[in-house]
Design a protein around this ligand. Structure first.
Ligand SMILES: *Cc1c(COP(=O)(O)O)cnc(C)c1O
Length: 400
């Protein structure tokens, strides 16, 4: 018996990532492979750096895509910046802050945890207290866009507090980049990591990172070798930063990098601010439809991420069965709740290429039909509310 080619179904991806990918990105991936030290490829990598600097709004020279998913970008930040014995203030308000703590401890550091309830942003007041109470802390680490809940934290304020206490910052913007305002230089972020499969709408598997000069100085002044060979930036810089004299470090994921290059070109064509505004516009319409169905948001309005919408599952509804039906009958994927919200919320993503009117209307009509079958919503309201929201935004020229 032989196995035949794998032919995945066509889906609409509105979960916490991966998101729908622009066909231009998939087509870029299928272009001819060339060597990773080929001068033409090296030229593409140089362009990629400029495109990433634009996306991050930074002039940091050390800006590159790590050859592995967002989690590897996270590890890159922690293994390079945390040395054994270092104290790191870690903010936890969802799944991804928990992983930061784990990283600090695996690097031999001590984590001082600042906790906020899931669904809330990181509290600047609690962070200020932790910084005052731990003058020996070297780093403040937090998540910009908590994908597990949909809460956005105030990067600018948290970085300013860290700077006042001579702390470097490590920021997770895996879901933030290209979806919500982010100014790495103006806000004084020292180390940041992202992912390709959320608001950049590229395929998964790469992690854009960027490091300030202060962070680079800290890495170069380390007294212990970075424990990870693969993620040691001193070595990676020899490849990505070597100009025409690139040293072989690892074989770059060449076609995946074509894809990222294309998605960043698409972002540049649209304009970063326009991308942020588009996420708000479609979030507003989605919200109008969800609320018309009587669904309530987990996160307070002022802290909500437009790209990740967590809403409570109506009383008595089997949330997994609803997601299963959406996938089977409508080819639509939405996300389940995590941690304390497992079984209690759905997470609806509006990320990158997927933040569009067709996806909003598809999601609302499918969810409304499935919930109306269960007798928990009245049919016919969600679409009208979303369409009215679009009309209102068009009339006022606002984007939400
Ligand atoms: C998705 C995500 C990650 C992990 O990215 P992977 O590409 O899945 O490794 C980290 N942090 C946040 C906030 C995320 O949303």
């Amino acid at each position: 018996m032989t196995t035949s080619s794998f032919l995945p179904p066509q889906r609409t991806l509105m979960g916490p990532g991966p998101s729908d990918v622009n066909p231009r990105v998939l087509s870029a991936m299928s272009r001819p492979i060339i060597g990773h030290l080929d001068p033409v490829f090296v030229g593409m990598m140089e362009e990629m750096k400029g495109l990433l600097q634009y996306a991050f709004q930074t002039e940091n020279a050390l800006t590159l895509p790590v050859s592995a998913p967002g989690s590897a970008g996270m590890e890159t930040c922690f293994v390079n910046l945390v040395e054994p014995g270092d104290k790191v203030i870690v903010c936890i308000n969802g799944v991804f802050g928990t992983r930061m703590k784990e990283n600090v401890e695996r690097c031999g550091g001590t984590a001082v945890v600042v906790e906020d309830d899931w669904g809330n942003p990181v509290s600047p007041d609690k962070v200020a207290d932790a910084l005052k109470g731990n003058p020996d802390a070297k780093i403040l680490a937090f998540v910009h866009a908590e994908t597990s809940t949909g809460a956005r934290s105030d990067v600018e304020t948290l970085c300013r507090l860290a700077r006042e206490h001579d702390c470097l910052t490590i920021v997770d913007s895996v879901t933030g980049l290209a979806g919500s305002p982010l100014y790495v230089d103006d806000w004084g972020v020292d180390a940041i990591y992202s992912g390709t499969q959320k608001c950049l709408s590229c395929t998964p598997g790469l992690s854009p990172v960027s490091f300030s000069q202060r962070a680079v100085d800290r890495i170069q002044a380390r007294s212990h070798k970075v424990q990870s060979w693969f993620l040691d930036l001193n070595l990676v810089m020899g490849y990505w930063g070597g100009g025409s004299k690139r040293a072989y470090h690892h074989t770059a994921p060449i076609n995946a990098l074509y894809a990222l290059h294309e998605s960043l070109v698409i972002l540049q064509e649209e304009g970063l601010e326009n991308s942020w505004a588009r996420h708000c516009r479609h979030h507003d319409a989605l919200r109008a439809g969800l609320e018309a169905m009587g669904l309530e948001f987990l996160v307070a309005e002022e802290h909500r991420l437009p790209q990740l919408n967590s809403v409570y599952v109506p009383e008595g509804v089997d949330e997994a069965a609803v997601r299963g039906e959406l996938l089977e009958r409508y080819g639509l994927e939405i996300g389940a709740g995590l941690g304390p919200y497992a079984g209690k919320v759905w997470r609806i993503g509006l990320m990158g290429y997927g933040a569009n009117e067709r996806n909003v209307l598809t999601c609302l009509s499918a969810l409304e039909a499935v919930l109306a079958d269960r007798g928990v919503v009245e049919p016919g309201r969600a679409m009208a509310a979303a369409r009215a929201a679009y009309a209102r935004m068009d009339a006022t020229g606002s984007t939400g």
